[in-house]
Design a protein around this ligand. Sequence first.
Ligand SMILES: [Fe+2]
Length: 318
Amino acid sequence: MTTFIPPSGATPYATFEGGASWRAIPDAELIDAYKRYGAILLRGFGMDLVGFRDLTQRLCSSAVFNESPSREVIDAEQNIQTVNIGVEAFPLHPELSREPWKPDICFFWCMQPPTRGGETTVCDGVEIVRQLPPPVRDQFASRQLRYRQIATPAECAYWLGSAEPDDAALANPPAACPYSFERINGKVLRSFFMPVFHKPMFTDEPAFGNFLLFGRYLNGIRVFPTFENGELVSDELLGQVKAVSDQLETPVAWREGDVLILDNTRFMHGRRPVTDTAERRIATYFGYVHFAELDARQRNAPWRSASFRPPGALKTAT
Ligand SMILES: [Fe+2]
């Protein structure tokens, strides 16, 4: 008999608690809870690699391309990997928000829980926007973020058909290309833009979920992303988001066999410091859901195809 526990004030995720097998939960029930709450914990079912793979296949049409040297590959074909094995705390982030192919969904499976520390943290980006002071909200509303970096020759070849594109090619990328290009001091730069407050896939309320917190508070980077016009997001302004999200972020104290499922278009995740890396083993799968609600352009985005392999991307998976 499976128990369903909806989110409450202190717990922003819904919980399905076992129960004989998670397989007894009807697809429709799982998907309804995912769409409604954006975060689900499966607890007490027991889980193995075959089960985890089957669960991801039940909800996904394909995996996100991921080529991360800091992770151990558990199942290469299915893109199941361990999380980054370092010890440092991670600020809240959606998975892969620094590339245009941010996955729809994140799965985390606890193969072996840490005795203490190492909790994965979760935070509802919709709740962050709700709780931001109105003057802070006003400074972000209707603004975009620009993710701009150098385009390598291989990337130019992939997206523009030439490793050394001329100005006409830079100005006219193909429709499927997510970047705009410019040449500055002889270097080709690629940029893509996302709203600071974006619409999650399954709710009309705006959410905060981007690379700002991770870039600023872990990497110490202030220029990636910036506002759309290159203006820096000030430490003071971002600090107000951090104050709100620090209050909202909820640790998941892992138990063996737990699976956490997050709508990556709505929820951010992070982690508390790890005290003993040897005993913390969490597997991940990032992908695109088969029940995605997309406009025509999004539906035809090249990264939603299983064969998508962009050159030189994703040296770290955050
Ligand atoms: Fe992550």
